[in-house]
Design a protein around this ligand. Structure first.
Ligand SMILES: [Zn+2]
Length: 251
């Protein structure tokens, strides 16, 4: 097979070359289907067949919220007048990504990823570059097909799943990242009442990708992320298909 090369210019100005013959493409999205977990107040996914059995072709319509399934949050989600999903620059959606694996650290369901943990990770892997996307693998993705376990609503009526601490959000702001992703329903921990992480990141123009999958299959660095949301005009977010291009042998 002929080798294909794609050169991508990152936000930070670096040139990124993807050799497709030596690249693995990993799908980081969950399939959209009836019964998937949805954040309280969101809208369930529903597929309805449009065409009759004998129509000669097949098509459906669907209903869902902007924040259903693997999806992106745009800064306008929390700040009126800020960037909506259709306005997010493609250069921020296709860029280098880092993966910080904290699954072995998640000892309680209310675990918060600390800034010091990220700083320690940086001493081993390298400083997070501006314009990149930082993904957090908590291990929660394994619960996706068990809706109740994924939402993990306690007797206190609150959700309980891991997320970022405010200090971690402040550190990522300081690093000037383009986006932050996680394999749970929210970048804030499930029991958050003030959505402080959402606010800190969106205020700085940073987007989030939530309900990611397959983050355990990515290397700590060296992958290219491709986030592809529906360009809903003025949308607060949108479902998206997300891929990682991983050079073979870097896992
Ligand atoms: Zn969201």
């Amino acid at each position: 097979m002929k080798k294909l090369l794609i050169a991508v210019l990152c936000v930070s100005g670096c040139t990124y070359t993807v050799n497709l013959d030596e690249t693995e493409l990993i799908d980081l999205s969950h399939p959209l289907e009836q019964g998937i977990p949805v954040y309280p107040g969101g809208k369930d996914f529903k597929l309805t067949r449009l065409t009759a059995e004998d129509a000669g072709y097949y098509a459906n319509s669907f209903e869902m919220g902007e924040h259903t399934g693997t999806h992106i949050d745009a800064p306008v989600h929390f700040f009126k007048g800020r960037t909506s999903v259709d306005q997010i620059s493609p250069w921020k959606l296709v860029t280098k990504c880092y993966v910080i694996k904290v699954d072995h650290e998640v000892k309680t369901h209310d675990y918060q990823i600390g800034a010091t943990y990220i700083e320690r990770w940086e001493t081993q892997i390298g400083r997070i570059e501006p314009g990149s996307v930082v993904l957090f693998y908590t291990g929660w993705q394994a619960r996706w097909r068990e809706k109740d376990k994924y939402l993990n609503k306690g007797e206190d009526g609150q959700l309980h799943f891991p997320g970022l601490s405010k200090e971690a959000a402040e550190l990522l702001r300081a690093r000037k990242v383009a986006g932050v992703g996680i394999d749970t329903l929210s970048v804030d921990p499930g029991n958050s009442k003030d959505f402080a992480v959402h606010k800190l990141l969106h205020e700085a123009g940073i987007y989030h990708v939530e309900n990611l999958n397959n983050l355990d299959r990515l290397p700590s660095k060296g992958a290219l992320i491709i986030v592809s949301p529906l360009p809903i005009r003025g949308g607060s977010g949108a479902p998206c298909r997300v891929f990682a291009a991983v050079p073979r042998g870097t896992r």
